[in-house]
Structures are given as structure tokens and as C-alpha cells.
Unconditional design. Structure first.
Lengths: 776, 161, 289
């Protein structure tokens, strides 16, 4: 293995391999094709939060000229499934149907049409006559389990629901040691409640799928998806056609963030393509995207910690009540993370995590970057900050005292895998101490904390910190494979099942391959995310691409390199162990000067040896090495308006060895923007009937370039033995604690804590008024 | 269905298009093959559909195509000269300002219109110019740095000429 | 998507534009920038009358004030040297705060006023400046104070007439004067949850000789804070007096709660924004507080 300093491609800021295509606007996204005869598909969303369909009459819609198909529950197979993009057997409840005779949230599918134009499709939707039998909605999390609450999933054929009669989609209870004993030993006990809201991914490209039958009558699905292989399996299952007959293609994706770790439109689009025998496109409008896609699970978290007076945490207990909305996609796994990735950040001998995930007749929650961690770290990092303050300890010192260390074994992970018993986690790389040190320096922590909160008229300044960890792939479950073949000009084709959703995965994988083969980056052509042509990959989620897909491409490249070296050995008459691949050549290590270019070798292999140099490999890990992150905020609070202005947000992150540092920074910076939106501006608001009242960018505010603070990103390098070239992951971790760091800074500035997101200026003003500090 | 004819000059080419009176410019552009113009919100909020109309950045999703009759349009497809990228495109690549790339054409065009009138901008001015291009991937830092770098590159080559 | 729109007209003169709407049986709409019309799903719209060739895009002197054509864009207002110089640029600043660059390049002053959102950013400084609006229909032209133009949220006195011009009279004379415009939003490019424009002039004794206070997004229409203005008239400009005026403003406004803010918060912020606006005016007027 080459040492860090000897690497020429890994660890360098190469331009993205798909960059030119993107900056020149070449047709690369799902919608950027023209298919003659393509029909427009549209879904009729339910206007009711909870109702049975007593009667549905599509005759007028079918009779409208230009309409080619109208599907209701009577026209399609009834196959219970989950839409969650997860490895089989999916841990999420199988409680969803292609089309159903019951609707469970405003936006649920009632019917689907395919017509010759968008206008005709929309007109057709208006002509479908539906008679609903209204049922009482269930909108408050706390009401879902109450005795007498309406049962949302009363159908007999759904499976995997923990307790349907009480609307409990999932239940988790795990304990390490005994918290009861731990709390008895504690000198101080702190307990607080936190509440988080529904946040939407807001990928700038909404969900879109185009489906058609190819000349071999195979169903092609071209879709903006993070999980092409899961989508293939699920579509085959739901439409009851052989998996062999389904071909899923993932073009460039305009953002996903977990919202596209879901089989959302592929099934209904495929059904319309089969029914019409024409290409069909379903493309969500932004409005539909807001309430008919997925969102982050809202949670009520009760966190309790027991500490000794010297600051040692002896017990920590997290009790969560979450809602998954109307269907259980990712219900137990997201919430499982809230426990398994959050509590073990601190070395506490007694930990308990208990969680109910309930159904409500509300938009469906699913995977969203962070996957349960933003909620959990809000609670933990706020509570830890409060404890440090009460004990008169510096927040960093408190964390240093308790935080997980290199060599530690995290046993809670063993208790909470993806739907089954997981695997214990050993910390083999940990840059958290350095993250804290360098981040603190960047925000001038010591001086600012020593000086105390600064005041200037009605403005208050403060600094705060929050830490987190995540995972890198799901241990024992996430896996990937790749195939590499040598072309006769010395270039290579990398076929990877992995999904680049804009994260730069293709580039990172190509860099790993190029480094391993000793060739320049431009010699690698990448094809990814095509179920016919690329080998299997679970898809892009759980921060798995660099470590798992990267592990697979590295293994594959090593096998290909072995074939190359074997042939070169024959050509050069040098033993294989004396040969090294570098600079697009195979070179003898000794001074004998013998070498062959990769191009010459390839030509020789192709036309003289008549042998295709090609290989493939698969990879998974039995552990999930966490990236670590410390975020620091410098804020200014206007005590007259309640506005929080973040002046500076520092992120220090240990992602192992960053394969492409600049792209890694970009991941951090985008995650910070989403975290700040989560903390302060974003919320899906439902009215009393369960309708989302703000399904537009006008009313659901994500941050723009003018709203961002100064950002500093510090990559702390460690070498992770389980990762290719020492890499871990960076896709999610930075979304966990930007908002909590800001809230801790707000406490420093004003002495007021906030435990309910989003924190709006009027919430700040009200709290300051209650405290007697508001100037208004 | 009534149709009308409009004439535009797009990326230097004169075109005549037959459209419906209620057609939006975004729909017509994509129908005519300008796939670099993206659909993100259809309400003039996200800027993914940004094109330049007579040199000004506008949201093509909230403009009727008929309003563009007689005007000059610039889409992302018209920016590069053959294989030679515009300095803004180069800067976006060099600075890692492109992630998923969906907001990128709109953002680059906003920057193009802005730098034409403000060749020596401050960071705040750049942020203001890009405020109508929402991005969920980058956090805006690298795009802002890219625009500043492109401005510097243009000033440098102007000095050298 | 807009298949209900059957025709697009681009008349060359105002009479033709009026005739097209009049003869349209209610199915026609005047089209200025289009940024509001193109988002509405109003299926009763049958045809559009584009105003861009009517010569209504201008900013020119009028008497001792300025006349602004109705199809002048927000971007043009933002950049016009005359508008930037007028009343310390409060109208330019308000125009610059309307949405994003792309919105401002198409959205027009006339469209903003006729849309009559209670939060319309340009309405607030125009009210403070005692602007008048001129509209024209088959019966001829008439001019009315902007104050009487708004009749409710998204309702104006225009009826079927075409708004053609906004005239801003010259602000009151006097060396020691100041103007300020401020707004609050959830994010930087947001629609205002409160906006305020203020102007005042003081005499050598620092007594208020004239004062204008206008607010948006805190009542069914943009409004003048008449009680607060009366309270300030003739008083010596001091922090305590400004606080009194701010408190009076908070009593005068009639805000609602919506997705952007609660009524309570709007009420409180009316006072805060006006206070800060008056402080800024005082600074410009070189009136030490």
C-alpha cells in the first residue's frame, strides 16, 4: 500500500469527472431526453388525511381524448411492500400498496393517469370522481397511541408493524448496563425534553421517473434514484414481473439527501408504462414534492443524563416518540440511529434507548441525511452543554472527559443494527480530539469564553460548540461490487453499481481506481448505477459510497492490476514482484530500466494474447467506522428583534483520509446550510386537516447565498484501516450539529436555551422576554 | 388550439418558434432541446430555470414565451465557445463549486450577467447576485469563490490585452 | 399548463390595450412582468395583454418630483440614479429588496402595486412620500393618492382601468431631513413580515417640522401611522419621544398571524422597525439623540 505522501491521485483535488458535462448543461439528467410518443403521468393525491374510498369512477377521465390509462386500486396487484430503499429483507414495515382503497394522508395516492400532455393529464385528474368515507385524522404524535385513536393501518395483509391496533409502526428498547443503577450513583441528574419538526430535502431536482418497454419488452425505468438495485427488486415485486425483465438506469441526479433513497415513483410509472405500452414520465411539481415525497421524522426526545460532580457521565437515557407519518418507510432504522449513533459518542457504562415510532395521518417520513442523528444530537449536545454550564466546566473539557476514544468498543451498535442485531463497533481511527482543538482555535474559543458573552447595545455575542459522529456504511449489510476492464488504448472502464447523486462518487471511485492501477485519472471512464451493466451496489446511503463502493473498486483494481502485472512480467521477462504500476506504465523497480506502457500492454493483450484483462470484486465491512465532527458557532443575537445572526460556523471533521479534499469540503458546507435551515427557518406546517400549508419555496424557506455565515472547514486526517486508502465518510456527519452549536452559542450570548426546532426570532424574543432581557 | 409565432435570437442563432399563447418560456426552451435550462419550482423562486434575456437574468418559468418575442436569449448551451469554456465555467470546475450540477447552469448565467456590469465585485455583491439561485448541495461558499475567481481572471486578461 | 390562455396581444398604444380588455368579457389580464400572473393557476384567464410596448417604462422629472411609468422594473428603480438620490434612496432600497435579481429584472412597479399585497415593499416608501397614481380607462385618465388606492388585501380601486404612472412629489424642503426604509423577513430574500419607511425634517431646535411613517405587512393594506405622526409633530426629537412614537405605532397596526410571523411579533416589530428608522432619520438630519 502506498503511503500518504507517495500518493498522486488519492488525496488530491481533481476536478469532477462529470464536471464539464454539468457546467455546460449537457443533457444528463432524467428529464433530458426526448422519447417519441411519451405520455405524461400524474398521480391524483388524496385531499383527505384519513378516508376509505367508497367509490371511484374513472369513466369520464378515461373517455377524455388523449387519456391512455387511468389506474385505481382495482387495476393493479395488491402487494404489501415498503418504499424504503433498503437491502432485502427490508426492516421497514410492509404497509404500502401501489394503489389502495384507503388513503392515510393528504397527498396519498388515489389514482394515476397517463395522457398525451400535462394539461390533459391534469384535466383527467379533475374528472376522476371519488366518494370518500371520512375517518378521523390522527395528527398529533401524542394522540396516535391514545386509547380509542383511529387505527391507520387496519388492513390485515400488512406485515412488520409492531402494533397496528395502537398505530405503533415500530418499537425499540435497548439497554447497556443499568441506567437505574447509574442514576443512583450520579451526583446530579439532568432531564430535558426536545422537539423537532418535519424538514424536507428540497433537492432542486424534484422526483422524476420515466418508464418504457424496450424492444425486448423489458421494462426500462430511468429515474432520479439513489437506489437503482433496490428499486429494480421492489418494482418487480410490486408489478409482479420477473426481476430479470426490469432495467433501472440512474442518470445524473439533481440532489437526493436521502429523499431518493426511496422507491417513490418507479412502481406507478412502470405500471402506467405497462398499461399503455408507451413511454410514461411522472415528474413531481415542487408542490407535490413537498407533501407527496418524504421528509425527516419529527421527534419528541426526552434525554436524561446522570453525572458525577467531576463531570463523568454515569448514565444516559434517551426516550423518543417519533412519527413516521402515514407509512413506515425507514421507521425503525432512522430512529434506531437516534440511539445507536448518538449515545455512544460519550463513554457511558449505562445507556438506555427506548423509542416508539407511531403512525399519523401526515406526510410520510423517510431517509434524510443524518438519518435520526440530527434529532438525537440536538438533544444530547444541548443537554451536555447545559450540564457543563451547571458544573462550571468548559464545554470542550466536559466533552474531552467523556468522549469516545481510539480503541473503544461501542456496544450499543451491537444492539441496534438495521432491523436486526447489529455488530459491535470498534473505534480504529478517531480525530475528535484534534477536531476540537483545531476548531476551537479557528473560532478563538478560549478568549471568547474567558471574556464571556459580549454586549453592544441590544446585540449579544457568544460562541458554542457541539460534536457528533455518524457511521460509514451499515455494518454487515451494505455491500458493493465493481467491474473494471482494460481497453486496448490503456484506458479503463469502471462499471460500478454505486449511485453518484451529485456527491462526486464517480470522481472519488475513479480516483481510487487510478491510484491503485498507477494510471492518470483521465484514463478512467466511469459508468455507474445501471442495473443491466453495472454490478450490484446497495446504493448511496448511510455514508457508504466512499468506504464500501470505494472498497469494492479498490479490490477490483487490485485484481486487475494483478492481471496486468502478470502479463507485463511475461512481456518484460521480469518477475511480477519486481514490477510496479505507475505513471500509466508497468515499471521494473530495479534500475534495469525495463518498462511497458499501459497502452502497449493493452494492445498486446487484445491482439496478441487475445485476452481481455477484466475483473470484478465485492466488498462489505463488518464494522462502520464513524467520522467525527466538532462544530463551532459565533453568533450575534439581536435582543430587540430576536434575530440570530450566525457570524462564523467552523466545522472540523475527521473523515479518515479525504479522497478528494475539495469535494469533501463541499459536502460539509452544504450540510451546514441544511442544518442551519433545520435549526432556524425550515418547517413543513400542517393545518388541522393534515394539509401542508406551505408547499413552496415562497413559504418553506431554505437558505440562499445571502443567508449563509462565514464558513471554515477543517479536514482532520486520520487513517482508517477499514477504508480504502484510510477513508471513512463525510456525506452526513456535518449536518448533525451546526444548529446545536448555534443554540449553544445563543445560550452563551443570552443565557436562554431552546429545545424546540425551528427556533424563530419570535421564539427568541418570547424567551428573552420571559427571562426579562428583551429590549422591545 | 391557437398558436402564435415568435422570433428570438438564442445563443447567437435566429429562430422562429410556433408556440401556444400560454406557453411558458421554460417549457418552450426545453421542448426546443435546451436541456440545460432546468425545472425546479415553476414559481420563480429557485432560479434553476435562469436564462439571460437581453443580458438580464430572468426566471424562464414565470415568463410567457411570447414575452420573449424579438429578444436575445442566452442559455448555458451558448456560453462555451466550442471546447473553450467561459471563465466562469472554468472557475466553477476549478473551485469545486459543482456538486449535483442541477442549479449550476442558472447560477453560472446569473454570474455572467452580474460580472458584465460589475467586473470588480465584493463578496457581498456576489452573494446578492446569486441569491436567486437556490442550491441545496454546496452551501454557496465555493460558487461564490468561483465567481470572485472568475472576475479576477477576467480582470487579469483584460489587463494583459 | 396554461392551455386556458388562448391569445397573447402586444398592443402598441394604451387605447388598444384598454379596448382589448374591455371587449374580452372578463377573460383578459394586463401583463406587465408576468412574475405574478405566471404563477397563478387562474383558469378564468383567457387572454393576455402585454404592456411592454406601451411606452410606460420611464423615470423622468415631473414638476419638482419624479414620474415613474408603470412598467418600470424593480431593477430599473434599484439602479436609477434619480431614484437612489430621492429621499435617501428609500424607494430604490425597497425595490432592491423585492425578491431576487431574476424577479426584479421582470417585476414592475405597476404590477407590484396592482397586485396589492399588504407586504408590497415599494408601496411603503411610496406612501411615506405621498405618491399619487394615475390610471386610465375608456372614461379617461384620473389620478388619486396612493393612500386611497389600496382597498384591501390584493384589492385596489383600479377596477378594469390600467395603472399608467406613479408620481412621487418632491420631498419637503429642508436641510435637516432624513429618510429610512427597513424590512424584516425570515430569510434575506423573503417577502416582508414587516416593513417600514420613515422620513422627518427637524428645525434648528431639533423639533420635528414634518414626519411620515408608513408600514407594510401589518394591516390589510400598506398604511400610514397617522397617530404616531401626530404624536411627533412639533416635538423635540429625543430617544424618549421616539420610543413613544414606536409604542403608538405598535398600537395602530392591525397585523394577522400567518406562515411568516404571528400577529404579536409583527406588532412588536412594527415598533422596533419604526424606532430604528426614526433613529436613522435623526442621524441623517444631524440631530443628536
Amino acid at each position: 500500500m502506498t503511503m500518504n505522501s507517495e500518493r498522486s491521485i488519492v488525496g488530491k483535488n481533481f476536478r469532477k469527472v462529470d464536471g464539464v458535462k454539468l457546467v455546460t448543461g449537457r443533457p444528463a439528467f432524467t428529464d433530458d431526453i426526448h422519447l417519441p410518443g411519451m405520455l405524461i403521468g400524474k398521480i391524483l393525491p388524496s385531499p383527505r388525511a384519513h378516508a376509505r374510498i367508497k367509490n371511484i369512477d374513472a369513466s369520464k377521465a378515461k373517455a377524455l381524448p388523449g387519456v391512455h390509462a387511468v389506474l385505481t386500486y382495482r387495476d393493479v396487484p395488491r402487494v404489501p411492500h415498503t418504499t424504503a430503499g433498503q437491502a432485502w429483507p427490508e426492516p421497514s414495515p410492509k404497509d404500502t400498496y401501489l394503489l389502495d382503497w384507503k388513503v392515510r394522508f393528504v397527498g396519498d395516492r388515489v389514482a394515476a393517469v397517463a395522457a398525451e400532455s400535462r394539461a390533459i393529464a391534469e384535466e383527467a385528474l379533475r374528472l376522476i370522481e371519488v366518494e370518500y368515507e371520512d375517518l378521523p385524522p390522527v395528527l398529533e404524535i401524542e394522540q396516535a397511541m391514545a386509547p380509542g385513536a383511529p387505527v391507520i393501518h387496519d388492513e390485515p395483509d400488512s406485515t412488520g408493524i409492531h402494533d397496528a391496533a395502537h398505530n405503533v409502526a415500530g418499537f425499540i428498547l435497548k439497554e447497556i448496563g443499568s441506567v437505574e443503577r447509574g442514576f443512583r450513583e450520579a451526583d446530579h441528574i439532568f432531564e430535558r425534553e426536545f422537539r423537532t419538526q418535519r424538514q424536507q430535502h428540497c433537492s432542486i431536482e424534484p422526483h422524476i421517473t420515466i418508464s418504457w418497454l424496450d424492444p425486448d419488452n423489458r421494462l426500462v425505468i430511468r429515474s432520479s434514484t439513489q437506489v437503482p438495485f433496490h428499486a429494480r427488486r421492489q418494482v418487480a415485486q410490486i408489478l409482479q414481473i420477473p426481476l430479470q425483465r426490469v432495467h433501472v438506469v440512474k442518470p445524473r441526479i439533481g440532489g437526493g439527501f436521502g429523499g431518493k433513497q426511496e422507491m417513490l415513483l418507479e412502481d406507478i410509472c412502470g405500471a402506467l408504462a405497462l398499461a399503455t405500452r408507451r413511454p410514461v414520465k411522472i415528474e413531481y411539481t415542487r408542490e407535490e414534492e413537498f407533501f407527496m415525497a418524504r421528509s425527516r421524522h419529527p421527534q419528541i426526545l426526552r434525554m436524561k443524563m446522570g453525572v458525577k460532580r467531576d463531570g463523568t457521565i454515569v448514565a444516559s437515557q434517551l426516550t423518543v416518540l417519533a412519527t413516521t407519518g402515514a407509512y413506515g418507510s425507514h421507521a425503525t432504522t432512522v430512529q434506531g440511529n437516534t440511539g445507536s449513533k448518538v449515545l455512544p459518542l460519550y463513554r457511558v457504562p449505562n445507556m438506555k434507548f427506548e423509542c416508539h415510532i407511531v403512525y399519523t395521518t401526515a406526510p410520510v417520513a423517510g431517509a434524510f441525511r443524518g438519518y435520526g442523528c440530527p434529532q438525537g444530537f440536538l438533544a444530547q449536545e444541548s443537554l451536555v452543554d447545559e450540564i457543563a454550564h451547571e458544573l462550571k466546566m468548559d464545554p470542550i473539557e466536559f466533552r474531552r472527559k467523556n468522549m469516545i476514544r481510539l480503541g473503544d468498543l461501542d456496544e450499543l451498535s451491537a444492539e441496534l443494527g438495521e432491523g436486526r442485531r447489529g455488530l459491535p463497533r470498534r473505534i480504529r481511527s478517531c480525530g475528535l480530539p484534534e477536531c476540537l482543538e483545531r476548531g476551537a482555535a479557528a473560532i478563538d474559543w478560549e478568549r471568547r469564553r474567558k471574556a464571556g458573552p459580549a454586549s453592544n447595545g441590544h446585540l449579544r455575542r457568544g460562541v458554542g460548540v457541539a460534536c457528533s459522529m455518524q457511521g460509514s456504511g451499515i455494518a454487515g449489510i451494505d455491500w458493493a461490487s465493481a467491474l473494471i476492464k482494460l481497453n486496448e488504448d490503456g484506458s479503463f472502464h469502471l462499471l460500478a453499481g454505486a449511485s453518484d447523486l451529485g456527491t462526486g462518487a464517480d470522481t472519488v471511485l475513479a480516483q481510487i481506481v487510478a491510484e491503485t492501477l498507477g494510471v492518470s485519472l483521465d484514463k478512467i471512464t466511469v459508468t455507474s448505477g445501471d442495473t443491466d451493466f453495472t454490478p450490484f451496489d446497495v446504493g448511496a446511503y448511510a455514508s457508504s459510497t466512499t468506504i464500501i463502493s470505494g472498497g469494492a473498486v479498490k479490490k477490483t483494481a487490485e485484481k486487475v492490476r494483478d492481471q496486468i502485472v502478470k502479463l507485463a512480467s511475461k512481456m518484460l521477462e521480469v518477475p511480477p514482484e519486481e514490477l510496479i504500476c505507475r505513471d500509466n506504465q508497468v515499471v521494473a523497480k530495479s534500475e534495469c530500466g525495463k518498462a511497458v506502457t499501459m497502452a502497449d500492454l493493452a494492445m498486446h493483450a487484445t491482439y496478441r494474447e487475445k485476452f481481455q484483462i477484466i475483473d470484478s470484486a465485492s466488498h462489505f465491512n463488518t464494522d462502520s467506522p464513524p467520522p467525527f465532527c466538532a462544530q463551532f458557532a459565533d453568533v450575534e443575537v439581536d435582543t430587540e428583534t430576536g434575530e440570530i445572526r450566525v457570524l462564523h460556523l467552523v466545522t472540523a471533521v475527521d473523515c479518515g483520509v479525504p479522497i478528494n479534499p475539495r469535494q469533501a469540503e463541499g459536502q460539509v458546507e452544504g450540510a451546514v446550510a441544511q442544518s442551519l435551515g433545520y435549526g432556524f427557518t425550515e418547517e413543513m406546517v400542517l393545518d388541522g386537516q393534515g394539509r401542508m400549508i406551505n408547499p413552496s419555496f415562497l413559504d418553506y424557506k431554505i437558505l440562499s447565498s445571502k443567508d449563509m455565515p462565514k464558513l471554515t472547514t477543517i479536514l482532520v486526517e486520520t487513517e482508517e484501516p477499514l477504508g480504502p486508502y484510510g477513508a471513512k465518510s463525510i456525506g452526513e456527519v456535518a449536518i448533525n450539529t451546526a444548529a446545536p452549536a448555534v443554540l449553544n452559542a445563543v445560550f452563551h450570548a443570552t443565557g436562554v436555551r431552546f429545545r424546540k426546532l425551528p427556533v424563530r426570532p419570535e421564539d427568541v424574543l418570547r424567551a428573552l422576554g420571559a427571562k426579562g432581557d428583551a429590549c422591545a | 388550439m391557437n398558436t402564435i409565432e415568435i422570433g428570438v435570437k438564442i445563443n447567437g442563432d435566429s429562430k422562429r418558434w410556433t408556440i401556444a399563447p400560454g406557453d411558458l418560456l421554460l417549457d418552450v426552451l426545453r421542448r426546443e432541446g435546451y436541456y440545460g435550462v432546468k425545472r425546479g419550482c415553476e414559481s420563480g423562486e429557485c432560479g434553476a430555470c435562469t436564462v439571460l434575456l437581453d443580458g438580464k437574468a430572468i426566471n424562464s418559468c414565470v415568463m410567457f414565451a411570447a414575452q420573449a418575442d424579438g429578444c436575445e436569449l442566452l442559455t448555458i448551451e451558448g456560453l462555451a465557445q466550442g471546447d473553450t469554456l467561459d471563465p466562469i465555467q472554468e472557475a466553477f470546475l476549478e473551485r469545486g463549486a459543482v456538486q449535483c450540477g442541477y442549479c449550476t447552469p442558472g447560477m453560472i448565467l446569473s454570474a455572467k450577467a452580474f460580472l458584465a456590469h460589475q467586473p470588480n465585485p465584493t463578496e457581498d455583491e456576489v452573494r446578492d447576485a446569486l441569491a436567486g439561485n437556490l442550491c441545496r448541495c454546496t452551501g454557496y461558499l465555493k460558487p461564490v469563490e468561483a465567481v470572485l475567481a472568475a472576475a479576477e481572471a477576467c480582470r487579469r486578461s483584460a489587463r494583459e490585452r | 399548463m396554461f392551455d386556458h390562455i388562448q391569445a397573447f396581444h402586444r398592443p402598441r398604444n394604451i387605447q388598444e390595450a384598454l379596448r382589448l380588455i374591455q371587449d374580452g368579457g372578463g377573460g383578459g389580464r394586463f401583463l406587465a412582468g408576468g412574475t405574478d400572473l405566471a404563477v397563478q393557476a387562474d383558469r378564468s384567464v383567457r387572454f393576455l395583454v402585454d404592456l411592454s410596448k406601451l411606452g410606460l417604462n420611464y423615470i423622468r422629472p415631473s414638476g419638482s418630483g419624479w414620474a415613474i411609468g408603470a412598467t418600470t422594473t424593480m431593477a430599473e428603480l434599484e439602479k436609477s440614479p434619480a431614484i437612489r438620490a430621492l429621499a435617501n434612496g428609500i424607494l430604490a432600497k425597497a425595490a432592491a429588496s423585492c425578491g431576487t435579481v431574476q424577479n426584479r429584472n421582470m417585476a414592475t412597479l405597476g404590477g407590484n402595486l396592482v397586485n396589492a399585497s399588504p407586504a408590497a415593499d415599494t408601496a411603503t416608501p411610496l406612501l411615506a412620500l405621498d405618491a399619487v397614481v394615475t390610471f386610465t380607462d375608456a372614461q379617461g385618465q384620473r389620478t388619486t393618492a396612493l393612500a386611497g388606492f389600496f382597498s384591501g388585501p390584493h384589492r385596489t380601486a383600479a377596477g378594469g382601468a390600467l395603472l399608467v404612472e406613479v408620481e412621487v412629489p418632491e420631498p419637503p424642503a429642508g436641510a435637516r431631513a432624513g429618510w429610512s426604509f427597513r424590512k424584516l423577513g425570515r430569510t434575506q430574500s423573503d417577502i416582508s413580515l414587516v416593513n417600514a419607511a420613515a422620513g422627518l425634517g427637524v428645525g434648528p431646535d431639533n423639533c420635528v417640522q414634518w414626519v411620515r411613517i408608513a408600514l407594510g405587512a401589518v394591516a390589510p393594506t400598506p398604511m400610514r401611522a397617522a397617530n404616531a405622526e401626530k404624536l411627533l409633530a412639533g416635538r423635540k426629537l429625543e430617544p424618549g419621544v421616539i420610543d413613544e412614537a414606536a409604542a403608538e405605532v405598535a398600537r395602530e397596526v392591525r397585523p394577522i398571524s400567518d406562515i411568516r410571523a404571528s400577529a404579536d411579533y409583527r406588532r412588536q416589530m412594527s415598533g422596533v422597525l419604526v424606532k430604528r428608522a426614526l433613529q436613522e432619520c435623526a442621524r441623517q438630519a444631524e440631530c443628536a439623540l
